[in-house]
Design a protein around this ligand. Sequence first.
Ligand SMILES: *[C@@H]1O[C@H](CO)[C@@H](O)[C@H](O)[C@H]1NC(C)=O
Ligand SMILES: *[C@@H]1O[C@H](CO)[C@@H](O)[C@H](O)[C@H]1NC(C)=O
Length: 304
Amino acid sequence: MAGHKIKTLALVSSFGLSSFLAGSYYERKIAQDPPNLKKFPGLPIFGTVSAATPVSPVPSQTNVSRISQIMKYGFPGLDNIRSFDNYVLSYDKRNRVAHWVFEHITAESIKPNEGVDRSLCQFMPDESIHPYFRSLNSDYLKSGYDRGHLAAAGNHKCSQKLVEQTFYLSNMAPQVGVGFNRDAWNKLERYVRKLTKTYTNVYCCTGPLYLPRREPDGKNYVKYEVIGANHVAVPTHFFKVVVCETSDGKFEMESYVMPNQAISDETPLTSFRVPPESIEKAAGLLFFDNISRSKISKINGKKN
Ligand SMILES: *[C@@H]1O[C@H](CO)[C@@H](O)[C@H](O)[C@H]1NC(C)=O
Ligand SMILES: *[C@@H]1O[C@H](CO)[C@@H](O)[C@H](O)[C@H]1NC(C)=O
């Protein structure tokens, strides 16, 4: 019986391997001899960089204890993790936008340092990401969208180096400028910073959503624009899930979803609160998995 199983396994795996090899041979053949790509107008055509080209990571001495402090209550997902000095990011290579970014902020950590000048920062491509999947400034140029920070620059103003690290394009998503990035979304970011006046530790996870919409045929479709030669996805919505920790170790959670569109100034932030589970299901992520939900005393202002 066991012998039979092993034999079958061997067969399956050798079949898998040979079809894999056949597949890679086929791919290489295509690479040498491109078929008529015009038949696939949505397929991006790049230069001659091979997907196997090694990418030199940005040299950085990451402070492991800072990273474990930021991620203390669990990773929402584990896809392409990139650690910066003061925030952690998971990158979605297909959409060229992060899945999520994670920050830990305190009154101390967001205290602006004199000498820190945001206007000196420049948006820069993230060289640690393979060129196939990297977004560029040219993708955003004339797209009509802002390069909107996921990890907010204002949360990292205690040093020039830290604020500069929020300007990598891997931390950006195409956001509607007027009425959203510069207004409603900014208001939410400022609100999160203000929580540090009340709570000892604030943990903030931010990311994009691509939500389905019902079309006239009665079916649900996910539809989003892509911009530039790299087809950077324009999220339909953005989320923030925030956990606040009191000095006596109590937790409160707040979670928000905002549509990527101009939002009227009068709309209160509370109207964007949604149950955290709905964001988890839509994003395919689990937030603060390392805090038992029974330990969270309030969710979106209501006793849990
Ligand atoms: C590393 O991070 C810890 C925790 O935030 C901090 O106390 C320490 O000063 C950091 N070390 C360096 C070298 O930045
Ligand atoms: C989860 O929490 C426990 C207890 O606080 C801690 O020891 C552990 O390292 C945490 N795990 C992760 C993945 O953060």
